[in-house]
Design a protein around this ligand. Structure first.
Ligand code: ATP
Ligand code: MG
Length: 271
């Protein structure tokens, strides 16, 4: 899955990354789903380790165009994981109070504590994406934010937070199909947001903003992964594989408190 990680400092072109790519799993959807099931089982155990060890923090950032599958990814990848150890933070249009502060204020307050996994459904990156595309702040303000975000993420990382960032990459055509499906299916219609069609018209501007954001903020301490997301099963497989591999590399162990187990067993046996 390392093929989807963006190397810091290297020239990055979004157009080089196909939303349809299936990697080694081309024609192997069943095998992909088997691997996903394995990953889920691993994640259940790794999350328990993370929680019990109470040492590491894991922050997962999800960004995508509308219909890109952020919700579906969260649902699928974290299926079966103890809800107590995973928190989802969704960042919507800022409230007046949030706007009165700097843009990282609401973000910092939602970062994970020790033993916790937090998934950002949208994030600080909205402040160099939608904000840039719609000129919500002057250019000289958002231009400075790439460096500010890198500094912020470096600080989190130095203090023990592992950061993974995923851009769920769907094509313009796939988005159209997904919007049509939302209109067609009564159980999906509530998800249709007429405003999404206006954003869709700005697709090229968004792609440019994503490209620059990913290029400038994929760092050693907080790498971006550009995930082919036209096929849900492959998207889920890529995201879960990166998370599982990252957690495995932490080499966590259950705490083994220095207690006299036999003495406590004896006490319990005595009633
Ligand atoms: P859904 O899948 O349910 O549509 P969503 O993440 O798209 O989920 P919405 O409530 O539809 O949620 O959209 C949230 C909106 O808030 C998006 O249009 C996003 O661009 C916008 N937003 C998020 N952060 C900011 C920000 N800092 N400044 C301006 N707009 C923002
Ligand atoms: Mg939306």
């Amino acid at each position: 899955m390392e093929q989807y990680r963006i190397e810091p400092g290297k020239k990055f072109k979004l157009a080089d990354f196909s939303a349809d790519d299936l990697g080694d799993f081309d024609g192997k959807k069943q095998k992909g789903n088997e691997k996903l099931a394995e990953n889920r089982a691993d994640l259940v155990e790794l999350q328990e380790l993370l929680y019990s060890e109470h040492k590491h923090r894991l922050l997962i950032v999800l960004q995508a165009m509308d219909g890109g599958g952020k919700d579906g990814t969260i649902r699928s990848v974290f299926e079966g994981v103890n809800p107590q150890g995973v928190r989802i933070a969704s960042f919507k249009t800022p409230t007046q109070m949030e706007l009165d502060h700097d843009y990282l204020w609401r973000i910092h307050s939602q970062t994970p504590g020790k033993g916790e996994i937090v998934v950002f459904n949208r994030s600080q990156y909205e402040d160099v994406l939608v904000v840039r595309v719609h000129n919500l702040v002057p250019r000289e303000v958002w231009k400075k934010r790439y460096q500010q975000i890198n500094d912020f993420e470096r600080q989190l990382s130095e203090e023990g937070t592992t950061i993974l960032k995923f851009f769920l990459n769907i094509s313009l055509e796939e988005q159209k199909q997904r919007f049509l499906e939302r209109l067609e299916m009564p159980q999906k219609r509530w998800k249709f947001n007429p405003g999404d069609l206006a954003e869709r018209k700005l697709w090229p501007e968004y792609m440019k903003a994503f490209e620059e954001a990913i290029q400038k903020t994929s760092t050693k301490w907080a790498p971006w992964y550009v995930v082919p997301a036209n096929r849900n099963w492959y998207r889920n497989l890529v995201v879960s594989s990166v998370i599982v591999d990252t957690l495995k590399a932490m080499k966590m162990e259950y705490p083994n408190p220095a207690i006299d187990v036999e003495a406590f067993k004896k006490q319990l046996a005595e009633g």
